[in-house]
Design a protein around this ligand. Structure first.
Ligand code: GYE
Length: 328
């Protein structure tokens, strides 16, 4: 009798364990565990909703893939990123990933990583170097295409409004960074053949909200009602510029065409309210690709040299009522 009872208890417990194991695995997006992979990640800082969304995604995906993450925030300083990479090398991480704040100045530290046999993934932004083979690959957006999409939108908008002369001010991202260079070049190339378009001035807003406000104030003082278009390289600077435009007595979205890049929730909400006309998407969700690439590199496999995520454009040309929550 007693033995029978114990038997039933054991069987019941086994069934319960099997069920919980089954559902435990089901809940995880990824069942792969890579406890032996240590990834060092050097982030630029926390300058924008984009950057914070990117950090969250990297952390979530590392946990999802069972990868141990050594995460360092450089607070917008290249020297902090270089020091972080040196610490990763000293710690003998398996793979290094980082988002270079600017393109130049990485050769020495990346040669050190190469000599230590640690593969390096560039995330989000590129580097510029004469040295070959310092990095394994780049996972990040096609910023040139984003600039082109912004310029092409402006041409369509000018057509729709029947504008003859279009005076543009451009608030650019961090000087010498990849998104700054390519968003500027893509936009300039897209409008180059359109004689209505004139860029009055490009001014460095460093991707920061506070700088966006300061730049807009300066531009309004210099050009006032001559300004037809504000092209801003990220949402933060746009959101900083809007109150300045209003304080100067203009209605953003009507008196001035406002074009932004990133597509964070705050900017999309303002787009819906009509004060921004167009937002080109730049997704911060690069974590999945980063983790899968880190695993491949750690296994000594070949990886794709360049991975661009798919991106879209949101503008007053579309029905904006059904945009899914942006998540950053
Ligand atoms: O657009 C901006 C950020 O490198 C794509 O950096 C990124 C840019 C993004 O801080 O908001």
């Amino acid at each position: 009798m007693k033995l029978k009872k114990i038997g039933i208890i054991i069987i019941t417990m086994s069934i319960l364990m099997a069920i919980s194991l089954f559902f435990g695995c089901q809940n995880k997006e990824n069942t792969q565990s890579n406890p032996e992979l240590l990834l060092g990640f050097s982030q630029i800082g926390s300058e924008s909703a984009w950057r914070i969304g990117n950090t969250n995604d990297i952390e979530e995906q590392a946990a999802n893939y069972g990868i141990s993450l050594m995460f360092e925030n450089a607070n917008q300083k290249q020297e902090n990123q270089i020091a972080a990479i040196r610490r990763f090398i000293a710690y003998k991480v398996d793979v290094i990933a980082f988002s270079p704040i600017v393109e130049e100045g990485w050769d020495n530290v990346l040669l050190e990583a190469k000599n230590a046999g640690i593969p390096v993934i560039l995330v989000d932004r590129d580097i510029s170097s004469k040295e070959e083979g310092l990095t394994a690959c780049l996972i990040g957006a096609d910023f040139y295409k984003e600039g082109v999409m912004a310029g092409e939108y402006l041409i369509r908008k000018a057509d729709a409004l029947g504008l003859d002369d279009v005076n543009i001010v451009e608030i650019t991202g961090t000087d010498n960074s990849t998104p700054m260079r390519q968003r500027q070049a893509g936009f300039a190339d897209a409008i180059a053949q359109d004689e209505r378009m004139h860029i009055l001035e490009s001014i460095d807003g460093d991707f920061l909200k506070s700088r966006g406000a300061e730049c807009m104030k300066t531009l309004l003082d210099r050009y006032g009602d001559k300004i037809d278009v504000v092209y801003s390289h990220n949402d933060e600077m746009t959101l900083g510029a809007l109150p300045e435009i209003e304080a100067a007595g203009f209605v953003p979205g009507q008196d001035m065409i406002i074009i932004s890049i990133d597509g964070g929730q705050d900017a999309i909400d303002v787009l819906k309210s009509g004060k921004i006309n167009c937002v080109v998407e730049c997704t911060p969700k690069l974590g999945k690709e980063v983790m899968e690439t880190a695993i491949r590199l750690n296994n000594g496999e070949e990886v794709e040299k360049l991975i661009h995520p798919e991106e879209q454009i949101f503008s007053d040309e579309q029905d904006l009522s059904n945009i899914a929550p942006r998540g950053y």
